[in-house]
Ligand binder design. Structure first.
Ligand SMILES: Nc1ncnc2c1ncn2[C@@H]1O[C@H](COP(=O)(O)OP(=O)(O)O)[C@@H](O)[C@H]1O
Ligand SMILES: O=P(O)(O)OC[C@H]1O[C@](O)(COP(=O)(O)O)[C@@H](O)[C@@H]1O
Length: 304
């Protein structure tokens, strides 16, 4: 069974404007509300690609209800720990360029954290847990590594998509996959990663630390896949960028949907990259048809 865990989910409030003027009254052209948060997006895209998962995490208040109802309407299983405060609302301004304001989110008490841990304690060999997104400021930065350790002891796999320092702590538990973008990979090594060769070099260093597979996503430049046996580069099709929110999560979902079906890393990397670009080229997360249409246009090259 696949589980996604989003400690700080959101409602993503997309606001389209001709232009945005700081300090003035701005009126929107169009607005949309979507459930958000990295694990939630992975569950939604995976579902569209035919792969079931259960969304775990914390949800509260009327925004938490929106989230749960939305997932239910898409037939996605969810098992959230209830919190007192409202789930956050993240603002995504679309004015020709994208500006994001991600809110801090509700306070999560120690007792609520324990409730989530007891759900993770139920995982067993053959299960897979995706830990994705930021850790709320009321929680310890070691929370993902704690969950990773529980999974490792149970024989369950983990996939990690978060930033340093939380990411760093999880590496010792040998995740199946981590998916930093090139900025996040740079942060991990206190440097700047801008080229495919740099991504490959630092990706290999992660493999030597025990990570089994790394995808470094590089937005319009595509992505790099690194494991013990090979380094692959994916060149992505050119298209009109409509929405980069959720593109990274779509890479994770596409990879997992393919890998859990066919067990082939190269194909899973291709499927992940295609899903990422399909989301980038659409207003919402990609559909199965949109992702499949791009599959053949993703050019994979072995570079190591
Ligand atoms: N402008 C773009 N053109 C084509 N594909 C894109 C573009 N932006 C993002 N993507 C696709 O989405 C993936 C993830 O994007 P990226 O911005 O690196 O992730 P994140 O959202 O995690 O920062 C890329 O690997 C690529 O497949
Ligand atoms: O947990 P964080 O880092 O604040 O990120 C949350 C945001 O990231 C998203 O999951 C999108 O992530 P990606 O663009 O990296 O795929 C949004 O839905 C959400 O608003």
């Amino acid at each position: 069974m696949i589980y996604t865990c989003t400690l700080n989910p959101s409602i993503d409030y997309f606001i389209q404007l001709e232009e945005f003027q700081l300090g003035s009254l701005n009126r929107s052209k169009e607005t949309q509300l979507f459930p958000g948060g990295k694990g939630i997006n992975v569950s939604r895209v995976a579902k569209r690609l035919g792969t079931e998962s259960t969304a775990l995490g914390f949800a509260g208040g009327f925004t938490g209800d929106f989230l749960k109802n939305f997932l239910q309407s898409e037939s996605i299983a969810a098992d959230f720990v209830e919190v007192l405060d409202n789930t956050r609302i993240n603002v995504k301004l679309k004015t020709g360029m994208e500006t994001e304001i991600n809110a801090s989110g509700p306070i999560i008490t120690g007792e609520q954290q324990e409730q989530l841990i007891s759900k993770i304690n139920q995982l067993e060999k053959g299960d897979l847990l995706v830990l994705a997104g930021s850790i709320p400021s009321s929680m310890p930065l070691t929370f993902y590594s704690k969950l990773s350790e529980i999974c490792k002891n149970a024989g369950a796999e983990t996939v990690i998509d978060t930033t340093s320092p939380a990411l760093e702590e999880t590496l010792q538990f040998e995740p199946l996959l981590i998916k930093p973008n090139h900025h996040e990979l740079g942060e991990l090594f206190h440097t700047k990663v801008s080229t495919v060769n740099e991504a490959a070099y630092f990706g290999k260093r992660l493999i030597s630390l025990g990570v089994r597979n790394v995808i470094v996503s590089m937005a319009g430049e595509g992505a790099v896949f690194i494991n013990q046996d090979q380094v692959l580069k994916a060149a992505v099709p050119k298209g009109i960028l409509k929405n980069s929110v959720g593109a990274g999560d779509s890479v994770v979902a596409g990879f997992l949907a393919s890998y859990t079906k066919f067990g082939d890393y190269e194909e899973a990397f291709r499927a992940g990259t295609a899903a990422g670009s399909a989301t980038a080229f659409s207003h919402d997360l990609c559909t199965k048809e949109e992702a499949e249409k791009l599959l053949e246009q993703v050019k994979i090259e072995k570079i190591g």
